[in-house]
Design a binder for this molecule. Structure first.
Ligand SMILES: Cc1cc2nc3c(=O)[nH]c(=O)nc-3n(C[C@H](O)[C@H](O)[C@H](O)COP(=O)(O)O)c2cc1C
Length: 251
């Protein structure tokens, strides 16, 4: 699938939003999101679905750290469990939706835990062999972050240096590798620990997630892979990811 140019800017403009304007999405914005979802499902065989009126999905979690409020529309991240590496694919393709929404000026937040999975299932088409992996909140937001959003942002704050991301086994890094990693550092990850690293060998880059215990690793990996690819594209390197013995390599 061709990556859209406007997503490059979205990487820099996106931040998770948790205070929304209680205003329904207009038809033009909905169409832009649903057209992209159709394109994604066709290519990936995922079953991602748009929920226009899904307020109940988050109603049970007002007291949690997430405290997302005022949003009515969501994207339900559904995949058939037989699809190989389906969680990584949900990350990769789901992040396209947040970047597209960002390019439309909308706020977004990935939600893997702080939502009511059972209530959410009432809004979607869902079969026994499928997994609802999470949702993405999408809606209009005030320009400035609310106090609540600033507090959550600081709670989650994690700074990491670009050079700490590389395990480099070649003489020097190419500019597209550094640009890719820079974009990956701006990716949303479940616990914001930025646990991604990149091993470089013979002009190829292997993406590695360093933790294996919170359950969101594969989704985070997919999200970081999309960001890396966009960063590499920005430097004119139109590479591809391929799977080699379970590892993802970009060349
Ligand atoms: C897979 C995944 C699951 C997430 N789950 C939640 C969640 O349940 N509740 C929430 O408030 N934020 C959730 N987030 C948002 C992260 O907390 C947020 O992306 C991270 O702190 C980085 O902040 P940023 O998105 O503003 O860069 C999730 C993000 C990802 C990628």
């Amino acid at each position: 699938m061709e990556l859209k140019k406007q997503w490059l800017d979205s990487v820099n403009n996106r931040v998770s939003r948790r205070t929304y304007l209680e205003k329904d999405l207009n038809d033009t914005d909905i169409l832009s999101i649903t057209n992209l979802i159709d394109e994604i499902n066709k290519e990936s065989k995922l079953n991602i679905q748009f929920i226009k009126n899904g307020k109940l999905c988050i109603s049970g979690f007002k007291a949690s750290y997430g405290m997302i409020s005022g949003v009515n529309s969501f994207v339900a991240l559904v995949a058939n469990k037989d699809i190989k590496n389906y969680k990584q694919k949900i990350g990769y393709y789901g992040e396209m939706i947040t970047l597209q929404a960002t390019s439309l000026g909308l706020g977004t937040c990935w939600v893997g835990g702080t939502y009511d999975k059972n209530l959410c299932k009432k809004h979607i088409k869902f079969s026994d062999n499928e997994d609802l992996i999470g949702i993405i909140a999408i809606g209009y937001v005030p320009k400035e972050l609310s106090i609540k959003e600033k507090v959550v942002k600081n709670l989650n704050k994690k700074n990491k240096d670009l050079k700490d991301l590389f395990i480099n086994n070649q003489k020097e890094l190419y500019s597209w590798m550094e640009s890719g990693a820079e974009f990956a550092l701006k990716a949303p990850t479940a616990l914001n620990k930025k646990e991604i690293s990149f091993e470089v060998n013979d002009g190829k880059v292997k993406a590695i997630i360093n933790s294996k215990n919170h359950g969101y690793e594969d989704i985070d990996l997919g999200i970081c892979m999309l960001h890396f690819e966009l960063g590499a594209n920005k430097e004119g390197h139109l590479g591809n990811w391929y799977n080699e013995n379970g590892s993802y390599i970009f060349y």
